[in-house]
Design a protein around this ligand. Structure first.
Ligand SMILES: [Zn+2]
Length: 338
């Protein structure tokens, strides 16, 4: 692992400084919960924390001592990573037991023992309960770092025993500056960043996975829906087969922007300009957009449950037909009167 990657992510700097201070005061928390949406580098921070605890020089983490080198080579005997196995839906209780056993052993190198759990939301109840005792009575010099999404609630018995470190998307100017430096040159990062919910690493990934092509594909599809020129069943089938999560994310983002536009236009009505369309007519549109947004969010949440995605998508597209239309195409165009 390259734990020094965290040093290249400026939005982690504050957390790193606090942890460095805690470590200097010999008060590194036994267990931490990194609460983060994907794409903010929580894994890099967890690795860096492991190196902070395991490094054997005062300038931690140095990257060159024996312990740092072992960690870099993924062969450090006092470090143990638990994450979802391929094709598994949950972290298995055996994986957690292995981690507990390792944390209970004497340290090989005479220092810390570190356990990292990536995707802690995939811990099932049994697995979570299994290491409750480890959390309640931590052995000396152990560091446990869990990473979970902020929307996921870990059992209170676990969360309450961890120091919570919440990672948040950096300010847009910081994110754009970072992307300009680390991504391919000459890009407009706004769309990718917005789709990524402000998470720079995810924006980079989205851009690399052909966001521009998806963008124009989705715009074309909405135009076709608006014009009644597309068979929604076929379209749903096509989307379900290719890039569905990204399409749903794109749709959510598009609907959100649309709601803001409508709300903005309503506001302008209240302030200076008059809009020809009465607010009473606008409101059902906004309501319809919110319903659509809920449907899209449900789809994203349920995507891993094996539901029939094509049917759900078809229902979503049919239900949202009246509002799923790019500006100026077959929909109400709000003309401002002078
Ligand atoms: Zn070191």
């Amino acid at each position: 692992m390259d734990f020094l990657k965290a040093d290249a992510l400026p939005w982690l700097a504050e957390s790193q400084q606090q942890l460095r201070d805690s470590n200097r005061a010999a008060r590194l928390p036994h267990s931490s919960l990194l609460s983060s949406t994907p794409g903010l580098g929580a894994e890099h921070l967890a690795n860096w924390m492991a190196a902070l605890a395991l490094c054997e020089t005062p300038e931690r983490p140095c990257g060159v001592c024996a312990s740092c080198l072992l960690l870099k080579a993924d062969t450090h005997p006092d470090y143990h990573l638990v994450k979802l196995e391929e094709d598994a839906q949950q972290i298995k209780v055996d994986q957690v037991r292995e981690l507990i056993a390792m944390l209970a052993l004497k340290s090989y190198r005479g220092g810390y023992k570190v356990g990292v759990i990536e995707g802690a939301e995939a811990l099932n109840m049994n697995a979570a309960n299994a290491f409750l005792k480890t959390l309640e009575e931590p052995a000396a010099n152990t560091l446990l770092v869990m990473i979970a999404r902020p929307t996921h609630r870990l059992p209170a018995t676990i969360a309450s025993r961890c120091l919570r470190i919440a990672l948040r998307p950096p300010p847009t100017d910081m994110a754009v500056a970072w992307l300009a430096q680390h991504g391919p040159a000459g890009q407009n990062w706004d769309a990718a960043l917005s789709l990524a919910g402000g998470a720079p690493l995810l924006a980079l990934e989205l851009q690399a996975s052909g966001l521009a092509a998806l963008e124009s594909d989705m715009q074309d599809a909405l135009r076709a829906i608006g014009a009644g020129a597309v068979d929604v069943t076929l379209l749903a089938d096509q989307w379900a087969r290719s890039n569905l999560p990204l399409r749903i994310a794109w749709l959510e983002n598009w609907i959100t922007r649309r709601v803001h536009t409508y709300l903005g236009e309503e506001n302008s009505d209240q302030t200076a300009e008059r809009v020809r369309l009465p607010a009473a007519l606008l409101k059902p549109k906004i309501r319809a957009l919110f319903e659509l947004l809920d449907a899209a969010r449900d789809m994203r949440r349920l995507a891993s449950t094996g539901m029939n995605q094509q049917l759900a998508l078809e229902a979503l597209l049919l239900g949202g037909r009246s509002v799923l239309v790019p500006r100026g195409v077959g929909t109400v165009v709000i003309a401002k009167s002078k």
